[in-house]
Design a protein around this ligand. Structure first.
Ligand code: ADP
Length: 297
């Protein structure tokens, strides 16, 4: 996997120069074939995306995408990143999932992590980078290439570390009206058996004073999951509010970091999945043939 080889070379070099947590990145061994980022930018300039500034989209099968999803808690990063990862045949890597896997493994980190996560705080960069490196290494062993990162980077320091080790093609910044975010987090449910994600919240914001209304239907579980639903321990009102506060303080500057580098695609979600998915595909110049077929059926 090209990105991982870049990790290997750069992080090794940095590890020699410093003993900071950069050295926590694992090492990888695949042949390097990273595309020249300048060439990418030039190649993309013919495909103008959202307005005047073309963004670097890399959908060449020889260079699987390396994308990042940013957005507040509850915005739907996981939903759209996971759909795109299936469409583009790249892994969807959510650092929140890595943290929850570690939590449920009862490993040495688990009680320390539970306390941090259940208070809505960020896990240390060192722990996150270690978990991410292990996940990338496991993917490397399975022959994975490209990625859609969800929930990483979440701080400027994480963004700088990532920038130092690989070329991110595109950062999709998902945005949703503030009123909907808390309700969406509180409505989240997961099936404890199959892992399916659902949302019992029905968002119905009435339009007023010239601002349009917004409707998002609940995503209800099938009957066989309905009795097995669980709620994330950090999806309580108090903790979600704290996570939102931390997002604005620590993660919003990451938007600016990528905006300054010409990599940020702002995407305002117009509603639920049926309205948003086709528009997101359009913004990314992608087509989902399966979706079209099921809509036509
Ligand atoms: P959210 O719904 O708030 O976007 P996630 O599922 O992405 O939540 O993450 C859950 C928790 O895992 C976060 O509140 C944080 O404690 C931890 N976490 C996930 N990714 C990171 C990261 N990149 N840096 C620090 N902590 C993280």
């Amino acid at each position: 996997m090209a990105v991982l080889n870049r990790l290997l070379l750069r992080v090794r070099a940095r590890a020699r120069a410093t003993t900071t947590s950069y050295s926590k990145f694992r090492t990888f061994s695949s042949p390097c074939s990273i595309a020249n980022p300048e060439a990418d930018l030039k190649a993309s300039s013919s495909s103008s995306l959202l307005g005047s500034k073309p963004l670097p989209l890399r959908q060449d099968l020889r260079h699987p995408v390396q994308w990042v999803f940013l957005g507040c808690p509850g915005v739907g990063k996981g939903t759209y990143a996971s759909r795109l990862s299936k469409l583009l045949h790249v892994p969807h890597i959510a650092t929140g999932d890595l943290v929850r896997d570690e939590l449920s493994s009862s490993g040495p980190l688990s009680s320390q992590l539970a306390e941090i996560v259940n208070q809505g705080q960020l896990v240390s960069d060192e722990i996150i980078i270690n978990l991410l490196s292990k996940r990338l290494e496991a993917g490397e062993a399975k022959g994975e290439s490209g990625f859609i990162l969800d929930g990483f980077p979440r701080t400027i320091r994480q963004a700088e570390i990532l920038e130092g080790v690989t070329d991110i093609d595109l950062v999709v910044n998902l945005k949703l009206r503030e009123e909907a975010l808390l309700a969406k987090c509180l409505g989240r449910r997961t099936c404890s058996e199959c892992g399916g994600n659902y949302n019992v919240a029905c968002i119905d914001i009435k339009g007023e004073d010239g601002s349009p209304g917004m409707y998002m239907a609940p995503l209800l579980p099938p009957p066989h999951c309905a009795s097995k639903l669980i709620t994330r321990a950090d999806d309580t009102e108090e903790v979600v509010k704290e996570r939102l506060r931390i997002y604005y303080e620590m993660t919003q500057p990451v938007e600016e970091f990528y905006r300054n580098r010409g990599k940020l695609l702002e995407f305002d979600l117009p509603g639920g999945i049926p309205e948003s998915w086709p528009k997101l595909l359009q913004a990314l110049h992608l087509e989902d043939h399966d979706d079209k077929q099921s809509a036509a059926a």
